[in-house]
Write a protein that binds this ligand. Structure first.
Ligand code: GLU
Length: 284
């Protein structure tokens, strides 16, 4: 029988691990261990601008030093771009994606001209300009070499799945509102697949049964649930943990001098003391 609970810690290698990461990793690890399940490590490095390969071994080393050992091989997203491309192709083949040629400036101008746009979890909603292009116009612009992102046609996607719910530990079944994201980008002009697509694909592929994240990312779960339903991927449970707070009672930030694990280690702290201190911090 497969293990009943699989969780994962999925950092992006944009720097050394800090206390927020450790809280997230320990939360996922503890949820798996409490159920006798599996705890996985995944490196989310699809954004070549923000991610630096040298941080990946540093992340593994810091986790090992802290005793936050993971099970099985580490999945590194940048080694699997063709898998994400296949998902995009499938969605495109079903008419659920469209190419968007707009620049940020053009989108901002369009929004300003129409008197504003509602805000979604990832920013102002896209006004749908390129959704209205004809197939001929799309083909001509692609043939001309214009760069494009791929957006989900949210109306068409929601019509496909109908209303959705998800299960949040401690709260039960919640109604999902993926439409709050509007026509979300699933592949950027400069990055072949978006966070939302890759994370949802990988959670399904790796049989993650409990997705754990900080509460500030909770709205994304509704969009991920939509992608799962569209792709017929299994539905995981969700558990969102509170955020660590800084001395001012606000979300812990770099300005609070939140040291990296590496700095604490170099200062001669023991892993036990670091873990205990991180987990004893006040939370939101
Ligand atoms: N890779 C994401 C990050 O470091 C988090 C992934 C997730 O847990 O969904 O912010």
């Amino acid at each position: 029988m497969p293990n009943s609970v699989t969780t994962r810690f999925a950092p992006s290698p944009t720097g050394y691990l800090h206390v927020g990461h450790i809280q997230a990793a320990a939360f996922a690890r503890d949820a798996a261990r409490a159920a006798g399940g599996r705890f996985l490590l995944r490196i989310e490095d699809i954004d070549p601008v923000r991610c630096r390969p040298q941080y990946t071994p540093a992340i593994e080393e810091d986790l090992r030093w802290l005793g936050l050992e993971w099970d099985g091989p580490v999945r590194v997203q940048s080694a699997h771009l063709e898998e994400y491309r296949a998902v995009l192709e499938e969605l495109a083949g079903r008419g659920l994606l469209y190419p968007c040629f707009c620049t940020r400036a053009e989108i901002a101008r369009e929004i300003a001209a129409s008197g504003g746009a509602p805000h979604g979890p990832d920013g102002p909603l896209y006004p749908g300009t390129c959704r209205r292009l004809s197939p001929t116009e799309r083909e001509a612009r692609i043939a001309a070499g214009d760069a494009y992102a791929l957006r989900l046609d949210m109306g068409a996607a929601c019509a496909c799945t109908g209303p959705l719910t998800r299960h949040e530990r401690g709260k039960g079944r919640l109604a999902c509102h993926p439409e709050a994201f509007g026509d979300v980008v699933l592949a950027r002009k400069d990055i072949p697949a978006s966070y939302h697509l890759c994370v949802t694909h990988d959670d399904a592929l790796q049989s993650v049964t409990l997705v754990t994240r900080a509460v500030d990312l909770e709205p994304a779960a509704d969009l991920h649930r939509l992608l799962q339903a569209l792709m017929n991927w299994p539905e995981p449970d969700y558990a969102h943990h509170p955020l660590l707070l800084g001395p001012d009672g606000k979300r812990l930030a770099k300005r609070d001098g939140a040291a990296t694990i590496r700095q604490m280690r170099e200062a001669g702290e023991t892993p036990e003391a670091v873990l205990a201190r991180v987990l004893a911090r006040p939370v939101s």
